[in-house]
Design a protein around this ligand. Structure first.
Ligand code: MN
Length: 160
């Protein structure tokens, strides 16, 4: 194995990323959720734990949604696998709203509308695995929103 192949994809040095506080890791920066001034999301930050490598091209990220906040209502070709690390809330996946809590796992298929909300009186922290090479999210157009709002519980849930 060459030295390059032996490099860790983890943020920070070496093969272990140590937790420094609950849902915080040594040398891992807490970053804004997305660049820019979009109002499509609120009270959310992210951390990149692993950027992926040739043999395992996935990114390991965590997201923290403060109580009352939400992620962007979006869809895209790439897939999400999510595990709740702490707290609870709800997730829209396609046309249903699901209660989610500690260690629940959520699968968001390709081209599926999704949104996460910390709407249960506490912060919601989750791990989210994505492919390193992925497309940019698509936001709902007016026609998409009409389709989503056909379902009353979705109409009441979504934040845009
Ligand atoms: Mn997404």
């Amino acid at each position: 194995m060459t030295p390059k192949e032996n490099q860790s994809p983890l943020t920070g040095e070496g093969p272990i990323l140590r937790q420094s506080a609950p849902c915080r890791w040594q040398d891992v920066e807490v970053m804004p959720y997305k660049e820019g001034d979009s109002t499509q999301f609120s009270r959310i930050s992210r951390q990149l734990l692993s950027k992926g490598e040739v043999g395992l091209p996935i990114e390991l990220r965590t997201f923290e949604i403060k109580e009352g906040g939400h992620s962007t209502l979006e869809r895209h070709k790439h897939i999400h696998l999510v595990m709740v690390l702490s707290g609870s809330g709800h997730a829209l996946v396609h046309d249903k709203v699901h209660a989610i809590g500690f260690h629940d796992v959520v699968h968001v298929p390709a081209w599926t509308w999704h949104q996460f909300q910390a709407d249960n009186g506490e912060d919601l922290h989750f791990l989210c695995i994505v492919h390193s090479d992925r497309d940019r999210p698509t936001l709902p157009m007016e026609g998409d929103l009409v389709g989503l709002r056909v379902h009353p519980e979705v109409a009441e849930f979504i934040r845009i």
